[in-house]
Design a protein around this ligand. Structure first.
Ligand SMILES: [Zn+2]
Ligand SMILES: [Zn+2]
Length: 135
């Protein structure tokens, strides 16, 4: 199942992956550390960082580098878009279907060989949008 044959799935890495796939909050490395520590009390933050990098390089997870300073991780390795709250940095999945292929379009209209794209929506979440009165 792994793309790289020499990638050994250690127990720690497996638990990090399991915990990350359980949630949909796109946690930062520190938040992953807190989640994983419940099962691996002796794990270090450095180990969590290192394993998150390995997992994202191997395509098991996604590393999100949105406009904010904090790197976030996504247990869903499939291409999808995100909405980020500009106030509290909360990141949620954007449930839209990609109707057009930006890559195909730009391969035709530019002289670049397009290999992918990054798209991030920004806004205010319901907690930060003070103007939206609660129902
Ligand atoms: Zn917010
Ligand atoms: Zn996501």
């Amino acid at each position: 199942m792994l793309k790289k044959t020499n990638l050994r799935m250690t127990r720690q890495r497996k638990i990090i992956l399991e915990e990350l796939r359980k949630v949909n909050i796109h946690p930062s490395a520190d938040e992953v550390y807190d989640m994983v520590r419940k099962r691996l009390p002796r794990i270090s933050l450095g180990t969590v960082y290192r394993n998150l990098e390995i997992l994202s390089k191997s395509g098991e997870i996604q590393k999100l580098e949105p406009g904010c300073t904090l790197k976030r991780f996504d247990g869903n390795p499939h291409e999808h878009y995100h909405i980020r709250c500009i106030q509290c940095d909360r990141v949620v999945d954007a449930h839209i279907v990609n109707e057009i292929s930006f890559e195909d379009l730009l391969n035709e209209t530019s002289d670049f060989k397009i290999i992918g794209h990054k798209l991030e929506f920004i806004g205010l979440c319901s907690e930060c949008d003070v103007d939206s009165s609660p129902a």
